[in-house]
Design a binder for this molecule. Structure first.
Ligand code: IPD
Ligand code: CA
Ligand code: CA
Length: 267
């Protein structure tokens, strides 16, 4: 099947901007907040409504495209054949509820399993990070430069405390030497935002033990497009059909951290 990437990209950009506008206009209203898997796993009517908005638009325009969405209104996706939109309607819902900032809409569009279009919209700042594979990454209309190597002791890395979650599969003590050696650590509470921070060089790497496909689908396309690395914490390829640990980084730094701190994933 033939695909017109530019056409898909143009629709996606228009829809993500419109969805963002709608989220901004919700700020003065009272949110309807409910919990999902645990008392801290929050969802609002805005998360749900935003995902439903994308599904209605995509199905109305591209009936053959399929959708994997966090809130479950999309398709039951067990393979990545054809065009699959992987959508997180609000990444950083806890920030959205508590802070009304530090969240984003994230959309990765995969064709036969390959990440082709990535969009992350920082709704509050009206900043759209976007890329089509092979054509560079942009922040609104401005091209983002390629990523360059950096040293561990000059790096800021993002981490988050889900390392100590009860069902963790990772010994967080492994990270102590890395935390001691880097220049600084940060935690922003939105995987999509943390990935655009890596893409733009505001931070040098982001490591986290467990994320869903919709958290990472768009960001990894951008980081790879800029010459950065996106793998799991063992340095292996990411799988968009299941949860992954995540390690995204500038080139060079990725290999250094993997070899000297993550022990080539031998933990
Ligand atoms: C969450 C955020 C957060 C990450 C969580 C995700 P959500 O996404 O990306 O930074 O640590 O694992 O679930 O639930 O706000 O879409
Ligand atoms: Ca998310
Ligand atoms: Ca979400």
């Amino acid at each position: 099947m033939e695909y017109n990437l530019k056409e898909i990209d143009t629709y996606a950009k228009n829809w993500i901007k419109a969805a963002g506008e709608n989220i901004r206009s919700s700020f003065p209203k009272t949110l309807n907040v409910t919990t999902k898997s645990n008392p801290n796993d929050l969802v609002t009517d805005i998360d749900k409504g935003t995902e439903q908005y994308f599904i209605e638009k995509i199905k109305g325009t591209f009936p053959n495209h399929r959708i994997l969405g966090e809130e479950g209104y999309g398709d039951d996706i067990t393979d990545l054949t054809g065009v699959v939109w992987i959508i997180d309607p609000i990444d950083g819902t806890m920030n959205f509820i508590h802070q009304q900032r530090n969240f984003a809409i994230s959309i990765g569009i995969y064709i036969d399993g390959e990440g082709m279009i990535g969009l992350i919209y920082d709704v509050v700042h009206d900043e759209l990070y976007h890329c089509i594979k092979g054509e560079g990454v942009f922040l609104n209309k401005k091209a983002i430069p390629k990523l360059e190597a950096s040293k561990v002791n000059e790096s800021i890395i993002a981490l988050n405390a889900t390392w100590v979650a009860p069902n963790k599969r990772i010994n967080h003590e492994l990270l102590i030497p890395l935390v001691k050696d880097v220049r600084g650590t940060r935690s922003y509470g939105s995987a999509a935002m943390e990935m655009v921070y890596v893409a733009t060089g505001r931070i040098d790497a982001y490591l986290t033990p467990r994320l869903a496909p919709w958290d990472i689908a768009a960001g990894i396309i951008m980081i790879k497009e800029l010459g950065g690395k996106a793998t799991n914490l063992r340095g292996e390829e990411l799988d968009m059909l299941k949860e992954n640990s995540l390690f995204v980084s500038k080139p060079g730094l990725h290999g250094d951290i993997l070899k000297n701190y993550l022990k080539d994933g031998k933990w």
